[in-house]
Write a protein that binds this ligand. Structure first.
Ligand SMILES: [Zn+2]
Length: 207
């Protein structure tokens, strides 16, 4: 009898034999030299490095726009998460979480920003854009990033509860899907996570 219910035993054999699966990021991707020794929590995810892009708009600049959006969400009583999208040096879309305001489970900052960017470009294919999110995208938003063919994702804080581009899953770099997105985590990570923890601390105090 299979002790693990419906999951076939062979699914566990690699673990049982002490083999380790190569992380998705290893397959054909160049990792920073210390990426695999970065720490026990997120060992396979490239830590943020100064961008090598040649744009005047830096990753930090774009993340500051996303942070500005996140602050707006906080002022509305929404969980402060923001997103900004650039094409070259231009910020083409920005949005913040509106789940409570719209009573819409899909009104995450990333979804709203991806829609706005597609509208702006008149094209659902967002190849070449950089998407900055203050929090690591959830499975829904990671799926939308793949569906939009986004070129690049930078995010601020890691999300141990729902992170689907590094922490719990890496849906945006799964070679089985038809598109992979370049990812860098921890961009202005402290500021992004401080915004969230201050919001929840205030919420707890007000209860
Ligand atoms: Zn999301």
């Amino acid at each position: 009898m299979n002790p693990r219910g419906g999951i076939p035993l062979h699914a566990f054999q690699a673990c049982a034999l002490g083999q380790t699966r190569r992380p998705l990021q290893d397959r054909g991707r160049r990792l920073p030299p210390d990426a695999t020794a970065a720490g026990p929590v997120y060992p396979h995810i490239p830590l943020y490095e100064t961008s090598s892009r040649e744009f005047a708009l830096t990753d930090e600049d774009l993340m500051r726009v996303a942070l500005d959006e996140a602050a707006k969400a906080g002022e509305l009583g929404e969980v402060p998460i923001g997103c900004a999208i650039s094409a070259g040096d231009a910020v083409i879309a920005r949005a913040h979480n509106r789940r409570e305001t719209d009573q819409d489970p899909t009104a995450h900052a990333e979804i709203l920003a991806l829609r706005a960017a597609a509208e702006k470009l008149g094209n659902w294919r967002l190849e070449g854009v950089t998407v900055a999110s203050t929090l690591e995208p959830c499975p829904m938003c990671a799926g939308a990033l793949v569906a939009s063919r986004a070129g690049r994702l930078i995010f601020g804080a890691y999300d141990p509860k729902a992170g689907a581009t590094a922490t719990l899953y890496n849906l945006v770099q799964d070679p089985r899907l038809n598109h992979e997105v370049e990812v860098a985590g921890g961009v202005l990570g402290d500021e992004c996570s401080d915004l969230l923890s201050n919001f929840f601390a205030t919420l707890r105090r007000s209860r």
